[in-house]
Design a protein around this ligand. Structure first.
Ligand code: HEM
Length: 394
C-alpha cells in the first residue's frame, strides 16, 4: 500500500492541484501525510496535527529557505528570517496593524472605500464583483494601511501580481523575471517618496511605524518588507471577499440568517478562510534531520505546508468540505501559526468581515450570481475565484 501511495504522490501534477487540489489532499492525508511530490519539488505536509507541531518548532522548521525565489524578487523580508532578526522587523511594523488601530483608524477608511466603489456601479444592476469590487477594494485598503494612499490601485494590483508570479517562477521564464523586477523598482520608488514625506510628518501607517520605531528599519528593509506586504497582502483579502460572497449566494439558508443578524458576518469570514484558504501552501525548510508523520526528513529538506489541507482535515472538522458558519471550537490555520502568524489578521477581518461582505449584501438588494457565465476557480499556492459575475435589483 505504501508503495502505491508513494507512486500516487509522484504522479501529482501542478495543473491538477491548480484545478482542484482537495481530492488530492484527502488521499495524501489518509495515506501519506508527509509526501515527496516531485512536481512541487518539495515534501507536502497535509495533516492539521503535523502543521500545528511544525509551527511550534521554528528551530527545526525554518522560514529562511535557501535559494528562495521570494528573496530573489523582494530582497530579504521578515517572512524569510527566523529568531531575533525576524522579530525586530515584525515589531517595527506591528503598531500600525494592532486591533485597536484597525478598529479606530482603518475600519472607517475601509468603509469609505467600499461605499465609493459600490456607488460607481450600483445603478447598473450588474458587475463582476472580482474586478469591480474585491480587487480594487483590497488594493485601496492596503495602500491606505501602508502609507501609499496616493498610489493608484491599479499599480498596486499590477505590482502584486508581477511579484507573485516571480516568486513562483520555477520555470525561470525571463519575461516573468523582467516584470517582477520592474514591479519591485516601482514599489521602491513609491516607498522612497513615502519615506521622504513621513520622515517629517509621521502618521499611523505601516511605513511610518517602521521609520519611527524604537529600533527603526533602514530604507532598504522598509522597501523590501513593503514588497512583501504588496505581494502578500492584496490577493488574500480579495479572494476572501469573492469566496465569502459566493458562499452566501450559494447557501441561501445561511445567507438569510446572516442578513437577519449581520453580527454573523464575522463567522462568515472565518468559515470562508477555513473552507478555501487564500494561502493554500507556504514553504519551510528543515534545519536538521527529523521525523514527521512517519517520514524521515533530511536536514535541508524543502517543505510545502498545505494549510488548505489542514483546514479540511476530517480529524479536526466534521464534514470539512461543507461551508458551515455554525462551526465552533477547532481553529483553522488560514493565518498560519507560530512566529510568522499573519500580521494582517485584524486588518483582513475588518476589511472583509466587518466591511466588504456586510456592505455588499446591505447595499445590493437581491444580490445573486448573474448566470451569464460560470464562476471559475483556480490555484493551490494561492486559491480563489477568478471571476464573480453578479446581478441585483435596481
Ligand atoms: C484573508 C486574508 C489573509 C490571509 C488568509 C493571510 C494569511 C497569511 C499567512 C498564512 C501567513 C503566514 C505565512 C508563512 O508563515 O509563511 C501570513 C503572513 C503575513 N501576512 Fe497575511 N494574510 C491575509 C491578509 C494579510 C493582510 C491584509 C496583510 C497586510 C496588511 C498581511 C500581511 C502579512 C505579513 C506582513 C505576513 C508576514 C508575517 C511575518 O513574517 O511575521 N496579510 N499571512
Amino acid at each position: 500500500m505504501a508503495q502505491v501511495i508513494d507512486d500516487f504522490a509522484r504522479t501529482i501534477q501542478l495543473d491538477e492541484l491548480w484545478s482542484d487540489p482537495y481530492p488530492i489532499y484527502r488521499t495524501l492525508r489518509e495515506n501519506q501525510p508527509v509526501a515527496w511530490v516531485p512536481a512541487a519539488n518539495r515534501y507536502l505536509l497535509t495533516r492539521h496535527s503535523d502543521i500545528a507541531y511544525l509551527e511550534k518548532h521554528p528551530e527545526i522548521f525554518s522560514a529562511a529557505e535557501t535559494h528562495s525565489l521570494m528573496i530573489r524578487v523582494m530582497g530579504l523580508t521578515m517572512l524569510r528570517q527566523d529568531g531575533a532578526d525576524h522579530l525586530r522587523e515584525r515589531k517595527a511594523a506591528e503598531p500600525a496593524l494592532r486591533p485597536r488601530m484597525v478598529k479606530q483608524r482603518w475600519t472607517p477608511a475601509f468603509q469609505r472605500i467600499a461605499d465609493e466603489l459600490i456607488d460607481g456601479f450600483r445603478d447598473r444592476g450588474e458587475a463582476d464583483l472580482f474586478t469591480e469590487f474585491a480587487a480594487p477594494m483590497a488594493a485601496k485598503c492596503l495602500a491606505a494601511v501602508l502609507g501609499l494612499a496616493d498610489v493608484p490601485a491599479q499599480d498596486l494590483q499590477t505590482w502584486s501580481q508581477a511579484m507573485m508570479d516571480g516568486t513562483g517562477n520555477y520555470a525561470d521564464d525571463p519575461v516573468v523575471w523582467q516584470r517582477a523586477e520592474s514591479a519591485a523598482r516601482g514599489v521602491e520608488r513609491a516607498v522612497d517618496a513615502a519615506i521622504e514625506r513621513l520622515s517629517a510628518h509621521p502618521d499611523d501607517s505601516v511605513i511610518s511605524a517602521m521609520l519611527h520605531a524604537e529600533d527603526p528599519l533602514t530604507p532598504r528593509q522598509i522597501r523590501d518588507n513593503i514588497k512583501l506586504f504588496i505581494g502578500g497582502g492584496l490577493n488574500e483579502p480579495r479572494d476572501a471577499t469573492t469566496v465569502g460572497t459566493y458562499a452566501l449566494l450559494t447557501h441561501p439558508e445561511q445567507r438569510a440568517r446572516v442578513e437577519a443578524d449581520p453580527s454573523r458576518f464575522k463567522d462568515v469570514f472565518e468559515e470562508t478562510v477555513r473552507w478555501v484558504a487564500p494561502i493554500g501552501m507556504y514553504p519551510r525548510q528543515t534545519t536538521m534531520e527529523t521525523e514527521l508523520g512517519g517520514t524521515v526528513l533530511p536536514a535541508g529538506a524543502k517543505l510545502g505546508i498545505v494549510l488548505a489541507s489542514a483546514n479540511r482535515d476530517e480529524s479536526v472538522f466534521d464534514n470539512p468540505d461543507t461551508f458551515d458558519i455554525d462551526r465552533t471550537g477547532r481553529v483553522h490555520l488560514a493565518f498560519g501559526g507560530g512566529p510568522h502568524f499573519c500580521l494582517g489578521t485584524w486588518t483582513a477581518r475588518a476589511q472583509v468581515g466587518a466591511v466588504a461582505l456586510p456592505t455588499l449584501f446591505r447595499r445590493l438588494p437581491g444580490l445573486r450570481l448573474s448566470g451569464a457565465e460560470p464562476v471559475r476557480w483556480g490555484g493551490w499556492v494561492f486559491r480563489g475565484l477568478l471571476n464573480l459575475p453578479a446581478r441585483w435589483d435596481v
